[in-house]
Design a protein around this ligand. Structure first.
Ligand code: PSZ
Length: 285
């Protein structure tokens, strides 16, 4: 029987109930994280927990548990559900109260929920590369918060799906920010370029891992703003996320990128990423 977490309890999915007055349901008033599971082990859990607590602080939600408590709960869930390759999703809402936009006058108890899913590594796409679209970034200006409010992201991803594309890359005016659920990198003359950390992007954990890999392996990189024209004329383009790993982009709005096949810098980062993911998650027996 599939288990889920509700507050600090692990229960059968059918027994987990959330209140209709939950502010997450009314307003998307909450925050979330998705952690990758490789080899049955959480990947980069500390980094995700750190980001969760940062997001919570920015929206004034008091998480009633310690990072260790959440990691322990989530680890137990992964074990009970026997997840080998997958994800764990968890969110915290401000809690349940009669609907008013402002915070309820009497303090609410935040509601923590989590579930796991089996999610394969997208091997075929990683090998061949994917096609994407570009679309105007119409989101708010606090994108560094991993908020439950994802309507602009949902609409952008739907637009991509309707065009048989894998992702939608956002640009604000002519500057590329990120994609609907991933960060965007270009490679020009051997240099890896990605948008700097500002409130206009989510600082992806995979983004941080990739930049560290660049640093450790003497791959030149720079964090700076770049335009849609830079994107379209790049030698290589790739996107990163918890589930997409290091995903090559070979076509954007029907324009072929580089040679039309994943480039050598992307390939190198893919294998360095895989190596690190395996090393960090292989239990030594
Ligand atoms: O299951 C999925 O498809 C997932 S799990 C996490 C994501 C997608 N994306 C997270 C994300 C995001 O939502 C935005 C707006 N920008 C960047 C990212 C990448 O962040 P990390 O690397 O932390 O997953």
């Amino acid at each position: 029987m599939e288990k889920v977490i509700i507050n600090d309890q692990i229960v059968n999915r059918i027994d987990a109930k959330v209140d209709m007055n939950d502010r997450g349901y009314h307003f998307g008033d909450g925050i979330y994280e998705v952690i990758r599971v490789f080899n049955g082990v959480l990947f980069a859990a500390e980094e995700h927990l750190e980001r969760l607590f940062k997001s919570a602080k920015k929206v004034n939600i008091d998480i009633p548990y310690s990072k260790d408590k959440i990691i322990n709960l989530v680890n137990t869930l992964v074990e009970l559900n026997d997840v080998e390759t997958g994800i764990v999703y968890f969110q915290i809402t401000r809690g349940s109260a009669i609907r008013t936009h402002e915070f309820p006058t009497s303090k609410t108890e935040p509601v923590f929920t989590a579930f796991t899913a089996n999610v394969e590594v997208p091997e075929k796409e990683l090998e061949k590369g994917v096609e994407v679209i570009t679309t105007e970034d119409v989101r708010w200006l606090r994108c560094e918060i991993k908020s439950l409010n994802l309507l602009p992201n949902v609409l952008a991803k739907q637009e991509a799906a309707e065009k048989n594309c894998y992702e939608a890359i956002f640009h604000r005016d002519e500057i590329v920010t990120e994609a609907s659920s991933s960060n965007v990198f270009i490679v020009k003359n051997g240099v890896v370029i990605t948008h700097p950390v500002t409130s206009q992007i989510l600082n992806g954990i995979t983004r941080q891992v990739v930049l560290n890999l660049c640093e450790e392996n003497s791959i030149r990189f720079t964090k700076k703003k770049y335009s849609v024209l830079d994107l379209m004329t790049a030698d290589e383009v790739f996107i990163t996320s918890t589930t997409a790993d290091v995903m090559p982009v070979i076509k954007i709005d029907n324009t072929v990128i580089g040679t039309g096949a994943p480039g050598s810098v992307t390939r190198n980062l893919q294998s360095l990423f895989r190596e690190k993911a395996n090393k960090d998650t292989k239990l030594v027996v």
